[in-house]
Ligand binder design. Structure first.
Ligand code: C2E
Ligand code: MG
Ligand code: MG
Length: 749
């Protein structure tokens, strides 16, 4: 370093030189020593100058070191990953940020292939780019975005700036500045999603904090008819339909400011002026400081779903033919009417109306004319009923009128209801025009009052229904009011039905057995007769509940139980000498006989208890057989094929004719007890019994008499050729153990 010292330095050097001189001068100069002094002085000056230059050198060395450290710090800790890769694509140099980014220590990174850190899907692309940079002529910087992998395999996006570095006499290398753009990418994706959402099916309108529109999407235009330019800077209340009052909007804004959003259905107006329903959600968007920066409204046009909902509502609550309320709506309204009657104390009335012989019209003129008539009937009834009441169609030719707010006095209320009913009957009696046909029809009406004392809707309708049947019975075109006697009857039936259902579940039934004997009084079989051990009443006779069970259909379940139990008993009997040849007669009711799987039921019971089917005798009554002769013959034949036998119960009381008796696969006729009863004294009955027996013989059927109570009766029967008997004379129906005991007694005799 031969730099000349600056002015200040010069002064300092001069001062030091003078000091040296003065020091030297302190020593008295000796003769001849002057030159030496001079030289010494020179030497000193040089030495000082040399020291000063050394100091200079040391300082610049330190400065250099510091600058290198600064550069290294910069290089290592810069927020960007710097790395250099060789022509062979392996890493030869990388800064600390790079190591941290890749998640590997530097010593493990050096000589590693860079492409190890490129995600597989981007490796090809990277490789092509790398070759391209290394081979192309110009040295311009190139950028690429790559999916990369951290050392632990987790992915990240990186932006790479690449620059080829030429080195004289050596292979070129590639300098890379790489930074993590993961967050940027995620933000980009979010933006893309937001943009897609913005252009979704839902209309979107964005307003600024002052409520003025700043943006709308295409769906908004589709729904409202306004394009973006027409609404920008405007207040969304330009869409208001005028159907909502100020309170509605005040509540909306209260919700937005307290909860941050509002959601609901609102009527708005399109550009065309059409008012339409929309589902709207308004959300307040807040900035970092928590103050509202924007409002976003998303809206869906619900015109279609509203229409559909209206349609569904109509279908659900209105009769499609007459467009008057249906049963469901009537019941809804009846509920409300009951509640209101409870409050007001006013009576209401139900008129249950059924057209007389409507079926004939359908059968003669066809269903189209039937429908026409029903429509006219509906509108005639409506015209007779004061506004505010309900006329409903219950189905078929049944209509119900519900009258409300009648008098508080039952008597007066009944008069009011009667007046309306009579008006209806009169109106319906007038001729109808059905296309070219003129038609007349009448109706029967049953009426009942309802008030706070009636809670049960079903009961009210039932009462009116029962009254309607009464009026039908009385010969059509009539009005009947429900009376308490009917009520008592009704509730007894309701109780009986409940009890019967419970009886099946609680095993309250038992089979009694009544012996059947031949002319020698030898037991030949038995009849199974059901008994009901009612929990509150004594033993209930089948005459009390069987007809009711038939009406309600409960007989099916009961009959199944009887069949099962009887077959089980036959099964047991097969194991004892005393009983193994006894037949067992089981009564079957019409409903049971008509069950689609009746044959299977019998077959299954026979199989299950492994019984001889010849010993099972089914006892239908005449009425059963008459109902549908063809089906009856088919069912009976199938059962006969299994081996089961048939006795025709209560014979003589029905309309039996030889004709059909011939067709049926019967085995036995059972003379009804009513002919046996007076047999001794009544010649007429004797003649009937004789005829029955002769008929049975001509048809090759066995014959048995039931209700035989006296020796005389038996004798007459026997004289006429009847050899089998059942009656108190031989034994009453008794429980199985009593029955078996008496058999044993007889056997021992
Ligand atoms: P049914 O099949 O004609 O049975 C004969 C009825 O006459 C029985 O009445 C029996 O107790 C009665 N009886 C028998 N011998 C005499 C007698 O010498 N004098 C008098 N006065 N009566 C006699 P019960 O047991 O009250 O049954 C009545 C009816 O109930 C039966 O008439 C039958 O139609 C029906 N029934 C009974 N059990 C069943 C059953 O399990 N299923 C079905 N579907 N009906 C049954
Ligand atoms: Mg019987
Ligand atoms: Mg009978």
């Amino acid at each position: 370093m031969n730099k000349a010292p600056n002015e200040q330095e010069k002064l300092r050097i001069e001062a030091e030189a003078q000091l040296v001189r003065r020091r030297i001068n302190l020593v008295q100069p000796q003769p001849g020593e002057d030159l030496l002094h001079e030289l010494m002085h020179e030497l000193k000056v040089h030495q000082i100058e040399l020291e000063m230059q050394n100091e200079e050198l040391r300082k610049s060395h330190i400065a250099l070191e510091e600058s290198r450290d600064r550069f290294l710090d910069l290089y290592e800790f810069a927020p960007i990953c710097y790395l250099t890769i060789t022509r062979q694509a392996s890493i030869c140099e990388i800064n600390l940020t790079g190591c941290t980014l890749l998640g590997v220590e530097r010593k493990q990174l050096v000589n590693k292939r860079f492409s190890n850190f490129v995600a597989p899907q981007d490796r090809d692309r990277w490789h092509r780019r790398f070759m391209n940079i290394m081979e192309q002529a110009d040295f311009d910087k190139q950028s690429i975005e790559l999916s990369m992998l951290h050392a632990d395999g987790s992915p990240f996006y990186a932006h790479l700036d690449c620059l080829r570095r030429e080195v004289v006499n050596a292979q070129p290398s590639l300098r890379i500045a790489m930074f993590d753009i993961n967050e940027l990418k995620i933000a980009e994706a979010k933006l893309r999603i937001a943009a897609t959402v913005f252009e979704s099916q839902e209309g979107v309108v964005v307003a600024d904090a002052s409520g003025l529109i700043v943006s709308v999407n295409a769906a908004f235009t589709n729904i409202t008819g306004y394009v973006q330019n027409e609404v920008l800077g405007k207040n969304p209340n330009m869409l208001s339909s005028g159907r909502h009052d100020a309170d509605f909007y005040a509540a909306m804004w209260r919700s937005i400011s307290s909860l941050g959003f509002w959601e609901g259905e609102i009527w708005n107006k399109r550009k065309s002026g059409e008012v339409y329903p929309e589902h709207l959600v308004i959300t307040a968007v807040k900035d970092q400081n928590g103050s509202v920066s924007h409002y976003v409204g998303t809206l869906t046009d619900i015109t279609l779903s509203r229409n559909a909902a209206d349609e569904i509502q109509h279908l659900a609550f209105y009769d499609p033919l007459t467009h008057i309320p249906n049963r469901r709506l009537l019941i809804d309204r009846l509920k409300l009417a009951l509640a209101s009657s409870l409050r007001s104390g006013k009576e209401g009335a139900i008129l249950f109306l059924d057209l007389d012989n409507f079926k004939t019209l359908n059968d003669t003129l066809g269903h189209d004319h039937g429908d026409m008539l029903l429509q006219q009937v509906a509108s005639r009834i409506e015209s007779c009923v004061p506004e505010g009441n309900t006329v409903a169609r219950m189905g078929g030719d049944e209509f119900v009128v519900m009258l409300e707010n009648l008098s508080e006095q039952s008597f007066e209320a009944a008069n009011q209801a009667e007046a309306v009913a009579k008006k209806i009957l009169f109106s319906l009696n007038q001729p109808y025009k059905l296309d070219t046909h003129e038609y007349r029809i009448t109706a029967s009406i049953g009426a009942t009052l309802f008030n706070k004392d009636h809670a049960q809707i079903a009961q009210i309708l039932k009462q009116a229904d029962i009254a309607m049947y009464q009026s039908k019975k009385s010969g059509y075109n009539a009005l009947r009011f429900f009376d308490p006697e009917m009520q008592a009857n009704l509730s007894a039936r309701v109780d009986l039905e409940k009890d019967l259902i419970a009886a099946i579940e609680n095993h309250e039934f038992e089979l009694y057995y009544q012996i059947q004997v031949d002319h020698n009084r030898k037991p030949v079989g038995a009849e199974a007769l059901i008994r009901w051990h009612h929990p509150k009443r004594m033993l209930v006779s089948p005459l009390e509940f069987i007809p009711f069970a038939e009406e309600t259909g409960l007989i099916v379940a009961i009959g199944k139980w009887v069949l099962e139990t009887a077959c089980a008993q036959l099964g047991v009997w097969q194991h004892s000498e005393l009983t193994k040849e006894l037949t067992l007669s089981v009564n079957v009711s019409a409903k049971q006989f008509r069950e689609a799987n009746f044959v299977d039921q019998v077959h299954a019971a026979v199989k299950l208890h492994n019984i001889n089917p010849m010993l099972l005798k089914l006892e239908p009554t005449e009425s059963v057989l008459l109902e549908n002769l063809e089906d009856t013959i088919a069912t009976m034949s199938k059962l006969k094929a299994i081996g089961v036998r048939f006795a025709l119960d209560d014979f003589g009381t029905g309309f039996s004719s030889l004709q059909y008796l011939k067709k049926l696969p019967l085995n036995q006729l059972k003379i009804d007890q009513s002919f046996v009863k007076e047999l001794v004294s009544d010649n007429n009955d004797q003649a009937i019994v004789r005829t029955i027996i002769a008929m049975a013989q001509s048809l090759n059927l066995e014959v048995i008499a039931e209700g035989v109570e006296t020796e005389q009766q038996q004798r007459i029967l026997q004289q006429n050729g009847c050899n089998h008997y059942q009656g108190y004379l031989f034994g009453k129906p008794v429980p199985i153990d009593v029955f078996e005991m008496s058999l044993e007694k007889q056997g021992a005799l």
